[in-house]
Design a protein around this ligand. Sequence first.
Ligand code: ATP
Ligand code: MG
Length: 449
Amino acid sequence: MTESTTPPTETRTIPRDRHAISRKDISPSALRVLYRLHESGYAAYLVGGAVRDLLLGEHPKDFDVATDATPEQVKHLFRNCRLIGRRFRLAHVVYGREIIEVATFRANSDDGSGDRETDEDGRVLRDNVYGTIEDDAVRRDFTANALYYSIADFSVRDDVGGFEDVGNRVLKLIGDPETRYREDPVRMLRAVRLAAKLKFTIDPATAAPLPVLAPLLREAAAARLFEECLKLFLSGHAEASFLGLEAHGLLSALLPETAKALAANRSGALRRMLLEGLRATDARVAADEPVSPAFLFALLLWPAYCRTLAMLQAQGVHPVEAERRAADRVTLHQVETVALPRRFSLPMQEIWLLQSRFPQRQRKRVVRLLAQPRFRAAFDFLQLRQAASPDHAADIAFWAEAQRDPDHALAVAALRPVADGDEEGESEGGEAARGSRRRRRRRPAAVGH
Ligand code: ATP
Ligand code: MG
């Protein structure tokens, strides 16, 4: 493949002594791939997020390579290579647990001549047009993501002004922002996510269309939006991501029921809890502790669950039935936009449904709840709820003790006056029911906390 003679923008080459990327920060596997391609006569560059992160002095989480070799030619060079992808054909070179993704330079051919297809909204459906390195740069999303580190002379190649933008920590779409968002609405989430992750500002022209075009997100593939949600909220910058989504009008497109519930919750308690939970998630990621999509979505959709539950209860639905129906309804609505797989939505619902069992102190119930596989997650969730409102202190103290010594906890509880939620009998009223019953004197419409 030859390089275009008329680059669409002025090309800048930043030599090795003018940038901070050092080979010792590049994964040895990626270097091996780069060198092999180069020695075989192909162009070989490190590209995308890795170059951006290395310039910022961060550790890239993966290393992508771009080349003028076709996927088949790449496969020929590496025994440990498999070809993947339908919309884009890519080569994966596998070294143990590390995968180096090798992509052939691609063009964003919008003259209709290539193997590319868009729908009536301008969305790209299929895109297998190989091109030059300049073509490859301009079809990328943000200028910061379109820098190429050459293994031939260790320079950085910049066709779009990305080097300067990285230096200024600004996220700027390549080309006309509205067109680029219409081509692929997920770029709107990527803007917010990368700004949150990198602590970049979003350039005003890139930010301006976000609230207007937000509804396009509803037509994006729900499975892709689920993946994007995990990246937004389980990569250590969940709080910043959430605030970014809110600030740019994307929350109501991604989590419509939650956005509605937050707007209706005048005390702000639900939002406080959500933010507290996201901060806790970030702390866990920072400490290398595991985080689960089920718990994350329990948190993200809790406002929607509380609101739906309160509405069902107001309609006179029996509390136990109301909880189940609220959980199902919220899940069903949400999966229209974000395809939360059942292996996560089921435990998410369990976390919600267990909440109303914490105030129950009969011996048999205590033992049963402690034995629940989801007990620990539900208890962690209860502690989060406490962060937003002080209603649950007695429950938390009891269950913290019960985990250490159930008999002692029960003995101590027996000495205390019966708390509000401790009614005997079969009533499993649900937290919202109990909460509103408890607060009826103050504010009849109180929800959740
Ligand atoms: P991260 O650090 O989160 O991995 P990244 O920028 O590497 O961020 P990837 O999803 O790994 O993001 O994508 C790799 C590269 O592919 C990007 O840097 C960008 O150049 C290009 N790219 C990814 N998604 C898009 C998109 N929707 N439109 C255009 N280019 C994209
Ligand atoms: Mg990446």
